[in-house]
Ligand binder design. Structure first.
Ligand SMILES: [Zn+2]
Length: 98
């Protein structure tokens, strides 16, 4: 297995989807390749950061987005033929994260 192949299998490896034989070859390469070990470590950390960031975004759907989705669904919340709500800045949307 080459380093290039390792990068191709990296995501599957992190998700535990590598089959036995491929997994053995994969780990055998890691055992003797510091570059791939370092790459794996940074990749794993990046995935974790990305996952947590995504979870954070999903946890706080902005009200503008909710309204836009409801309007797009034609949920009857639009009256008097009012145009679709635009992304106006609303109060209370101040990010208070340090
Ligand atoms: Zn390698």
């Amino acid at each position: 297995m080459t380093c290039r192949e390792v990068t191709d299998f990296l995501l599957d490896y992190l998700e535990g989807e590598l089959s036995g034989e491929v997994l053995r070859v994969f780990e055998a390469h890691l055992a003797g390749c510091e570059a791939c070990v370092a790459y794996l470590a940074s990749y794993r950390r990046a995935v974790r950061l990305g996952a947590s960031a995504f979870r954070d975004e999903a946890g706080k759907a902005p009200p503008e987005l909710v309204e836009a989705i409801l309007a797009a669904k034609g949920g009857g919340s639009i009256r008097d033929g009012a145009p679709a709500p635009r992304a106006e800045p609303k109060s209370g949307a101040s990010p208070s994260r340090a």
